[in-house]
Design a protein around this ligand. Sequence first.
Ligand code: ATP
Ligand code: MG
Length: 249
Amino acid sequence: MTAHVLVFGNEKGGTGKSTAAMHVIAALLDQGLRVGCMDLDLRQGTLSRYIENRSQSQRLLKSPDHIRILEDNGHFQDAFERLQQAEDVIVIDTPGYDSPLGKLAHSLADTLITPINDSFIDLDVLARVDGESLTIKAPSHYAETVWQQRQQKMLRQKGGTIDWIVMRNRLSHLDARNKRDMEGLLEALSKRIGCRIVPGFGERVIYRELFLKGLTMMDMKGEELSMSHLAARQEVRTLLEAMNLPCLK
Ligand SMILES: Nc1ncnc2c1ncn2[C@@H]1O[C@H](COP(=O)(O)OP(=O)(O)OP(=O)(O)O)[C@@H](O)[C@H]1O
Ligand SMILES: [Mg+2]
């Protein structure tokens, strides 16, 4: 069986793609799966930096087979094919801007995960919203990109589909009104653009404080775990379940 391809994408920058990718990678490793990953963010390379930090840890940690792509020179395809044969899952982190490699990765996705912050600005890259009636007027550029890449995939792999998951990130307990408005809009959006909305991550320091150690709360044990770690761990597990990965069935 070839590897399941999990792509983290959103043309909007800073929505939590690399953070979510790293946490999902740690959760997949924790499940005993073989994980390959690719970082297509040529400039920032956040996921690569995270994994570099992980490799320097004193702890005994499971690590993914990671490939950082430094230029768009055809190396991607070879590396992808190698991982496809060797791993159970390939996790691809894409940059927060439109790029040819990013597009190609979208067209290879079995599952596409798009984190968005609970903000109308983030929603704007997916759909135009009528500010008066709070209804969806039309899909916008990123949703159109995904639509095109779905067509590409369908042509290449006869009948191939992309399961598109939009996850809300950095949810806060405050702001009940905005949260409700977003919920209604996302519900309408999911029907319009063909995505699933799944529960995502709360706004928690724990999602950023372990970066320098290359760790996630999935790697911590026993008394190291606070209530907040446990809550975050549950959020990551819930996301993993929502993905319905064939290799975890
Ligand atoms: N759930 C969360 N709670 C707290 N902080 C978060 C959470 N998710 C992400 N962050 C923080 O938000 C910022 C952006 O996250 P990240 O770098 O993962 O986004 P990105 O989509 O990969 O960005 P880019 O488009 O630039 O690649 C980082 O400072 C990260 O630590
Ligand atoms: Mg990133």
